[in-house]
Design a protein around this ligand. Structure first.
Ligand SMILES: Cc1ncc(C[n+]2csc(CCOP(=O)(O)OP(=O)(O)O)c2C)c(N)n1
Ligand SMILES: [Mg+2]
Length: 269
């Protein structure tokens, strides 16, 4: 796929996210919108996967540790062919396969249930370690948010992954500078963020999280010696000016009218 095709896909996914969240009336808008280019780069470039056979033993895995931004995961999975797009509008409804946070017993292709911040990082480390012990060539990717690094569990996972030289593991950090009730630097400063990962003996790549060329080249340049972290600088709420860079959109959804306006803006871009 060329960059223009990837960008079209990203625009469609953002439209789906807005429609899903407006229909549900509950959910997380800012982070879902800013992780789209990363989701697209994973599902349409990096991941070895088969939507027809989600349990394929030789697949790569994606754990969305920041489980609250899963509208982006669902919308991308439906574009990739895991389930029909109409199902997206069942987000957060009773008996829907698309629960508010990823639930791996509900929807084929969801590798791990997540939502309690931090836990997915440990699950991903366990998957990578298991593959290594079995001498399997698979790669495990894990999307973690910046606010999630307030959890001590993440640092335990990071330390353990380095100790075990998990070169089959990549973390992608959604560095959008916001969390539930403020900016990350107000609530719990993370800088110097890259240096922290470096001190924990990871390979670090920093990218613009909305630039397909940079993301894809980072995904292609993972370390063969140690775990890799891609620190992706993102703009919370990317694509909708009224939502961008505002922590108050962490867990707020657009009204039906705001959604119509947002879709118009996405189509005009
Ligand atoms: C263990 C745990 N504590 C608290 C929460 C509630 N919570 C959900 S998302 C979130 C903010 C996390 O920051 P971040 O993921 O960076 O937010 P975003 O960038 O998506 O706005 C919090 C506190 C949770 N899901 N799990
Ligand atoms: Mg954040």
């Amino acid at each position: 796929m060329n960059t223009e095709e990837l960008q079209d896909l990203a625009r469609n996914i953002r439209k789906s996210i807005i429609n899903m969240l407006a229909e549900a009336g509950t959910g997380h808008t800012a982070g879902s919108l800013d992780i789209v280019e990363i989701m697209v780069s994973l599902y349409f470039h990096a991941l070895k996967h088969d939507p027809e056979n989600p349990d394929w033993p030789d697949r790569d895995r994606l754990v969305l540790s920041a489980g609250h931004i899963n509208p982006a995961l669902y919308a991308t999975m439906s574009e990739a062919g895991y389930f029909p797009k109409e199902e997206l509008l069942t987000l957060r409804k009773i008996n829907s396969r698309l629960q508010g946070h990823p639930h791996n017993h509900s929807l084929p292709g969801i590798e791990a249930s997540s939502g309690p911040l931090g836990q997915g990082s440990s699950v991903a480390v366990g998957m990578a370690l298991a593959d290594k012990m079995d001498n399997k060539p698979n790669h495990t990717y894990c999307i973690v948010s910046d606010g999630e690094h307030d959890e001590g569990q993440i640092w335990e996972a990071i330390m353990f992954a380095a100790k075990n030289k998990l070169n089959n593991l990549t973390f992608i950090v959604d560095r959008n500078h916001i969390q539930i009730d403020g900016t990350t630097e107000e609530i719990m400063p993370l800088e110097p963020f890259a240096k922290k990962y470096e001190a924990f003996n990871w390979h670090i790549i920093e990218v613009d999280g909305h630039n397909f060329t940079e993301i894809i080249s980072a995904l292609d340049k993972k370390s063969t010696e140690k775990p890799t972290v891609i620190l992706a600088k993102t703009i919370a709420g990317k694509g909708i000016p009224a939502i961008e860079n505002n922590w108050q959109w962490h867990g707020k959804t657009p009204t039906k009218d705001e959604a119509i306006e947002a879709i118009k803006q996405l189509e005009a871009r």
